[in-house]
Design a protein around this ligand. Structure first.
Ligand code: 3UK
Length: 534
C-alpha cells in the first residue's frame, strides 16, 4: 500500500513542500492515519454516528473498488450532490484514490443548474443524497447527455450503501502526481453560468499546511465544526481536508445550519474550532436573547465567504469572549490566502497574507498601487486552480502568468493589513454564497407582469449584503406591496432559496448605457453596495 505514498517535507517550512514523484492525495489524507496508529480514533462525528479512521479507510477503499466496478475510469468526472455525511468522505476520497475526479456541487441548486453542470462537465457518474432527488432527477432529465451511472447514497435499490456492502475493503491507490488533476469545484460567474475550477492533488496539502497548520494552528486533538457545507471550498477545507491532515475529528451537520440543528450538535460534540460565515454570526447574535450555543470548548472562531462587519466581530466578542478570525479565500485559491491570526485580529480588515501566498494590488493599467490606495487584488500560491474546465477565455482573463485575479477591490496599509473595498464585478455574496444579479433578473422577467429588472446588492441593518430588485412593469400594471411579495415568492420558487430579492422597487425605467447594458452601479445605494467596514 505504502508504495503509493508521498514524502511531503513539512520540516522545510515555510519554503518547502516536497512531493514524491508518485503522489495520490488519498494516501496521505486517509491511509497514513492507519500506518500512524490512528485507526481507532474517531475521524467523523455526526449527531448519531461516529466513524473511526479505520472504518473511514475501509469505506474509502470499498467506494473506490465499487466505482471502478461500475465502469468508471481514470479521469472520469463524478458529480456529487451529497449532504454533509460520512458518505461524502467515502465518495470524495474513494474517487480520488481510483483516479476519478469528484466534483461536489452546491446542494441548494435547482434542476436547470444541475442540467448545465452535467453537460458542461461531461460527467460519467452522478451521486446524490435522497433529499435532493427531485431537483437532481429533473436536472438529469433536462441534460443533453445524462451521466452513464446515477447512484443514490441510500434509500434506493441501486445505492451507494448497497455497492459498499459488496465491495472489497482493500484498494491500491492509482498512481498520480502532485500536479495531476484531482477534483473540481464550480464557481458562479457574473453572467450566471458557473465554471469549474480544476484543482490538483497538491492543492489540499498546501491549504491544510499553509492556512490550517501555519496560520490557524490546527492540531491532532482538535474537533472541527464547520457551518459551511462540504461542497463549498471553505467547508471542504474546514471539515474534510484540515481534520484529515492532522488526524483530528470532524463534526458533520447534515441539516441546514441554524440554532435548532447547530446548537445541540455543538453541545454534544464540543468542537475546539468553529467555522462560520458573517450572516450566521449575525443571525446567532440576534438569537442570543432566546438561546446561546455552548462554546465552552471553542478556542478559535473563523469567518470567511464575505466580509465580516467590524460590529458583528465586536458584538460576538462581547457576548462570547471569543474573537473571530476573518480571512478571504476563494474557490479558485481553494482556501484562505489573506487572514487575521489568533492574537492579531483587526476589526474591519481581512488580515495579512498567509505564508506561501503573494498578493499584488493593481490599478487599471496593471501597475502596483501605493499603500493605502485601492485596486484589483491578484494573488499567487501553490493551491490555485490550474484552469477553468472547458473555458479557455475565462482561464486567460482570470489566471494570468501564475497570478489569480480575485475580482475583488482591496487596499493594503503600510503594515501589510488588507481591507476589502467591494467586488470589481456585479456579483454579490449572500450568506457567503455567490449570487449573480443576472440570474435573479432572468427569473424576474419570467413573471407575466414584468418587462425588465435590475438587481444590485444592498447592505441590511447588519451591514451584510442582500439582493435588491428594480422592476419595470408592463403597461397597465401598477406596483404594490402585494405584487412585491408575489415577486419574492416567484423567485424563491425557481431559484436557490437564498437568492430572492429582499426589497422590490417599481420603477418607470432602468439606467442603461448607450449600448443598452444595465448600469447597475447607478442603482446601488452606495459605492460598491458592499459592507461599510474597512
Ligand atoms: C468573497 C470575501 C471579503 C470575495 C471561500 C474561504 O468564499 C470563498 O470562496 P468563493 O469562491 O468566493 C470568493 C469571493 O468571496 N470573500 C470571501 N471571503 C471574504 N470578501 N472578506 C472575506 N473574508 O469576493 C472572494 O473573491 O465562494 C472562503 C475559503 C475558501 C473559499 N472558497
Amino acid at each position: 500500500m505504502m508504495s503509493h505514498t508521498v514524502e511531503v517535507d513539512i520540516s522545510q517550512q515555510p519554503s518547502g513542500l516536497r512531493f514524491a514523484a508518485n503522489f495520490n492525495a488519498a494516501v496521505l489524507f486517509i491511509d497514513r492515519h492507519i500506518s500512524e496508529g490512528r485507526g481507532a480514533k474517531i475521524a467523523i462525528q455526526t449527531c448519531d454516528t461516529a466513524i473511526t479512521y479505520a472504518e473511514l479507510a475501509a469505506n474509502v477503499n470499498r467506494c473506490a473498488a465499487g466505482l471502478v466496478r461500475l465502469g468508471l475510469e481514470r479521469g472520469d468526472r463524478m458529480l456529487m450532490i451529497v449532504k454533509d455525511c460520512p458518505a461524502f468522505f467515502y465518495l470524495f476520497w474513494g474517487a480520488i484514490k481510483a483516479g476519478i475526479v469528484p466534483v461536489p456541487l452546491n446542494t441548494l441548486l435547482r434542476s436547470n443548474s444541475y442540467a448545465y453542470m452535467i453537460d458542461d462537465s461531461g460527467a460519467a457518474a452522478l451521486v446524490y443524497s435522497p433529499e435532493f432527488a427531485e431537483e437532481v432527477l429533473t436536472g438529469i432529465a433536462g441534460a443533453v447527455r445524462a451521466p452513464r451511472t446515477v447512484l443514490c447514497t441510500d434509500g434506493a435499490e441501486y445505492s451507494l450503501a448497497a455497492l459498499l456492502a459488496v465491495s472489497d475493503p482493500e484498494f491500491e491507490a492509482v498512481p498520480a502526481t502532485a500536479d495531476a488533476d484531482c477534483f473540481w469545484l464550480y464557481s458562479s460567474g457574473s453572467t450566471g453560468q458557473p465554471k469549474a475550477a480544476v484543482h490538483r492533488h497538491r492543492d489540499m496539502v498546501v491549504t491544510s499546511q499553509r492556512f490550517g497548520v501555519e496560520t490557524l494552528g490546527i492540531r491532532e486533538d482538535d474537533v472541527f465544526y464547520s457551518e459551511a457545507k462540504l461542497f463549498f471550498a471553505y467547508g471542504l477545507g474546514n471539515n474534510l481536508t484540515f481534520p484529515l491532515w492532522v488526524g483530528a475529528t470532524a463534526v458533520l451537520n447534515e441539516h441546514r445550519p441554524g440554532p435548532s440543528t447547530s446548537f445541540p450538535l455543538i453541545k454534544q460534540c464540543r468542537p475546539t474550532l468553529y467555522f462560520g460565515v458573517p450572516t450566521l454570526y449575525a443571525a446567532y447574535l440576534q438569537h442570543f436573547t432566546k438561546e446561546r450555543p455552548d462554546l465552552a470548548t471553542v478556542r478559535q472562531c473563523v469567518s470567511a465567504g464575505e466580509a465580516l462587519p467590524a460590529e458583528v466581530l465586536r458584538r460576538w466578542y462581547e457576548e462570547t469572549g471569543l474573537w473571530i478570525m476573518d480571512g478571504i479565500g476563494s474557490t479558485e485559491a481553494l482556501h484562505i490566502f489573506i487572514s487575521n491570526t489568533t492574537g492579531d485580529i483587526r476589526p474591519g480588515s481581512s488580515g495579512r497574507i498567509v505564508p506561501g501566498y503573494s498578493a499584488r494590488i493593481l490599478d487599471e493599467c496593471g501597475a502596483e498601487v501605493a499603500d493605502g490606495e485601492s485596486g484589483q487584488l491578484f494573488i499567487s500560491g501553490d493551491s490555485t486552480a490550474r484552469c477553468y474546465w472547458n473555458n479557455a477565455e475565462r482561464t486567460a482573463t482570470t489566471m494570468v502568468d501564475g497570478w489569480l485575479n480575485t475580482g475583488d477591490t482591496y487596499r493594503r496599509d503600510a503594515q501589510g493589513y488588507f481591507y476589502y473595498c467591494g467586488r470589481s464585478d456585479d456579483m454579490m455574496k449572500v450568506g457567503g454564497i455567490w449570487c449573480s444579479p443576472f440570474e435573479i433578473e432572468s427569473k424576474l422577467v419570467e413573471h407575466p407582469e414584468v418587462v425588465e429588472a435590475a438587481v444590485v446588492g444592498r447592505v441590511d441593518q447588519e451591514d451584510l449584503v442582500k439582493p435588491e430588485a428594480f422592476v419595470v412593469l408592463k403597461e397597465g400594471h401598477a406596483g404594490s406591496t402585494a405584487l412585491a411579495a408575489e415577486l419574492m415568492e416567484f423567485c424563491k420558487d425557481g431559484l436557490a432559496p437564498y437568492k430572492y430579492p429582499r426589497w422590490v422597487n417599481f420603477v418607470a425605467e432602468l439606467p442603461k448605457t448607450a449600448t443598452g447594458k444595465i448600469q447597475r452601479f447607478l442603482l446601488r445605494p452606495k459605492a460598491g453596495g458592499q459592507p461599510a467596514n474597512g
